[in-house]
Design a protein around this ligand. Sequence first.
Ligand code: COA
Ligand code: AMP
Length: 635
Amino acid sequence: MKYNDFYSESIRNPEDFWKEQAQALAWNRFPTEILKDAPNGGNEWFSDGELNMSYLCIDRHIEAGFGDQVAIYYDSPVTNVKANITYMQLRDEVSKLAGGLKHLGLEKGDTAIIYMPMIPQAVYAMLACARLGLIHSVVFGGFAPHELAIRIDDCKPKVIITASNGIEIEKIIPYKPFVDEAIALAKHKTERVVIFDRKLGVHIPKMNYDVDYDTLVKESEPAEPVQVKSTHPLYILYTSGTTGTPKGIVRDTGGYATALKASMKYVYGIEEGDVYWAASDVGWVVGHSYIAYAPLLNRNSTVLFEGKPIKTPDASTFWRVISEYKVKVMFTAPTAIRAIKKEDPDGLLLKKYDLSCLEYQFLAGERCDVATLEWTQEKLGIPVIDHWWQTESGWPMLANMVGVELQPIKPGSAGFPVHGYNIQIMGEDGNLCGTNEEGYVLVKLPLPPGCLLDVWQNTKRFVSGYLEKFPGYYFSGDGGYKDEEGYVFITGRVDDIINVAGHRLSTAEMEEIVASHPAIAECAVFGIHCDLKGQRPLGLAVLKSGTDITSQKLEKEVIHNVRRDIGAVASFKELLVVNRLPKTRSGKILRKLLRNIADKSEYPIPSTIDDVAIIDEIKQAYSARNIGKPKKQTI
Ligand code: COA
Ligand code: AMP
């Protein structure tokens, strides 16, 4: 098959193309209405179709005779536990937990938060919700109670499913006290908290809303899958936006299932029965799509890995897992590779394992630097594929589609548009950009199946954030360009979002927390280059006059506040006190200039700057803390 023909067909004739893809699923009611405009300005797929995601991911495979195939390889180097969970066992666990949730009074359309580490019970909980038509919202374990409380108030869960603890490189992270604190902070009162005790001796504070996971499962009857409409929300996944408040991306069921199933074959080159590993976390979109739903829909064995690329116990862990489970395709973030490369630059640990099973290594989540791509390619000796997507899309938008036709790899590029995505690069003036000309990366509507339906309870934000800026197009928030051969290069976000170790964070949110310190008059938080994590946040603050606090004390307090309110995952570790911030003559802080001074060897000085002399002050502040390298300027 030729990529150009396949891709062009998806754009020329989307309804026929996607109707054919939808036939790969076992629908309870196959849709007659394939694509229609949605009232919110977006589009809906397969509106009158009906199905159940948990049935498609589990029961269907058992009915086809694959009940004994491993569904999940759970591998936890942090607890030294491994488990091979078959599709039959998965059905027992999921249907009994679903029965338990039903017993607690949850019904189709209710919402549930899942706040769990990387253990099988997290995936059981997602699938149990899907089985009953409950809308789940998984919250990443690295987020603090305050962040959890924001999500509780937004999606108003009837139940929170959690565990006694997570484990971060030799550190126990107790989850239950965080949940209790979040419930106390939130206005919405959650009725029940179901806790899975990992039996690692971690104290679980008792509250009257608690329900023990094991008891609930033991005492409940298995529940059968509940048929839902294709457009029924499967989940809400909160992600950083350009304001301080995260937005709840709403995902449908039928469009998502169709898109994921097709992506396994065409994007990742994976067949049913193969072993697939996405080394991410169920709290992120990668975890939703490629640890849980896509591999299970596609009857693969998915690896659920509770560890890090290094220090659990060392930089050979990834290679051990690949060879042990015979992983055919792996997906991770460039940060993970950089971490491994730093510990084992010559790839000596890699040589200890038979990695002949691995056919493709995929990377995403942040920009992949050429050195990381080339190192991985050289050490593994297989195609290393950078591909681009985001929480909103739910599955890849740009890739080298190995299941269709492997194209030559161009380091620095995330490849070509994936089937269904009509990617265009446009300038601020609304004109399409020429070859190699940088602009906004947009998708011409309609979006293919699987992309966001809406922002939860906030259609206004959906429209203003994604559809209004360029009418007729979806605005991705990323900048980029296409070269003469059609390869697309993503150059980075054009807003306040940064990617730290592949984790998407909002600098606007951090800035709100920094600004709330009583000693601070004004501040700016922005992302700067980090050799390991790709980007890291940096804060600059101007003190209120007459304030008596040392810069060291202030920095310590602000770091503490960001960690308290967002969580350790924010990686906010530097705050510099300066006398003033660079601004335009109309008073806008020039954050991009602050970032450029730290990152770029050459950068333009905005003609609107109110006082050029401030640049030297900022450079001095940076150099006192070893931030950035010597620079040249262009005006
Ligand atoms: N629960 C609780 N805390 C968490 C957490 C979780 N699930 N995940 C991360 N944290 C904490 C870490 O313990 C760390 O805390 P610390 O400041 O007390 O040390 C902090 O959040 C920052 O974590 P991280 O950015 O992951 O840095 P790290 O130094 O612990 O690890 C890497 C560095 C490179 C090994 C790690 O970032 C990594 O594995 N990156 C790959 C990321 C990835 O797969 N992303 C998925 C997107 S596709
Ligand atoms: P998230 O929603 O957490 O998946 O983050 C999505 C954002 O990560 C995108 O909007 C990009 O800014 C960035 N991103 C993801 N993959 C890539 C990639 N392959 N190259 C460059 N940036 C990427």
